[in-house]
Design a protein around this ligand. Structure first.
Ligand code: SF4
Length: 265
């Protein structure tokens, strides 16, 4: 986490489709010497919560790297779950001791990576630690971002019982052929059925869809929206595919394994 705070962008444009490039702040930077980490971290600690705020907990692991994704950082291993969870809880406890001010945390967001890759007991511990160490508002929105791999209904239910009240699932597309090419293991129908069951739980359920993916014609996109609309979701987030530099999909497009994605227009 400290490393990400101190990297500065220095990267080359993608060859495949330069007008679709965007930059990720964690790429191509220069790491700070280790002895400086603690000083920089202490300067960034939220000593005061004078106004209401949001809390974001980053879980930088994924079971596999979806080829379009610029957020992927580390391959998931079960052995990392309790170690990483312990570290975050330790950090929250330290921050709670030095925090001043009357501001409340109005929303908590577990993002990544794939927060739902954490083992159930660790997700539950982390949610409870937020209630213990963060000054949460009474009506705090508490979101767990995830994907259906490693997040069965029992795990989702455990998160809700621990205090999460909103679950956001990255579906991207219901088109099975595109999903598989992008590194998603489940079919579009499996994703649909999964979301239908998740919507029966007592939480706000939202899903993400992407547009502008290679091979995603207007018809495919229209079908994605239509299928999502059949579900009793509380919300749907749509966002554009960005051809970030250094993504695996860039190399695949350059080698002709994927067509060039459509332009933003
Ligand atoms: S899309 Fe989500 S699950 Fe896939 S690599 Fe990116 S962060 Fe991980």
């Amino acid at each position: 986490m400290v490393q990400q705070l101190v990297w500065t962008p220095k990267q080359s444009a993608p060859k495949a489709f330069p007008e679709r490039q965007a930059l990720m702040p964690v790429w191509g930077g220069v790491p700070m010497p280790r002895p400086q980490w603690q000083n920089i971290w202490k300067k960034k600690l939220p000593h005061a919560t004078d106004v209401d705020a949001l809390a974001y907990l980053h879980i930088p692991f994924c079971a596999n790297h979806c080829v379009f994704c610029g957020f992927y950082r580390n391959a998931w291993k079960d052995s990392q779950s309790s170690v990483y969870t312990d570290k975050i809880i330790e950090e929250m406890a330290t921050e709670a001791e030095v925090r001043t001010g009357e501001g409340k945390i109005r929303a908590v967001y577990f993002g990544g990576g794939t927060p739902t890759a954490l083992l159930t007991e660790d997700l539950v511990r982390l949610i409870r630690a937020c209630y213990q160490y963060l000054p949460l508002a009474e009506d705090c929105e508490f979101t767990i971002e995830g994907r259906m791999s490693h997040f069965d209904l029992e795990k989702a239910q455990a998160c809700i019982e621990a205090g999460a009240n909103r679950i956001s699932i990255g579906v991207q597309t219901f088109n099975t052929a595109i999903r598989r090419r992008l590194g998603r293991k489940h079919s579009g129908d499996e994703a649909f059925e999964y979301l239908a069951k998740l919507c029966e739980l007592d939480a706000v359920i939202v899903a993400d869809l992407m547009f502008g993916l290679p091979n995603q014609t207007d018809d495919v996109w229209q079908n994605d929206i239509a299928r999502a609309a059949e579900l009793p979701l509380s919300g749907l987030d749509t966002y554009a595919f960005n051809l970030y530099p250094m993504l695996p999909i860039n190399r695949m497009i350059e080698k002709g394994a994927f067509p060039t994605p459509p332009g933003f227009d």
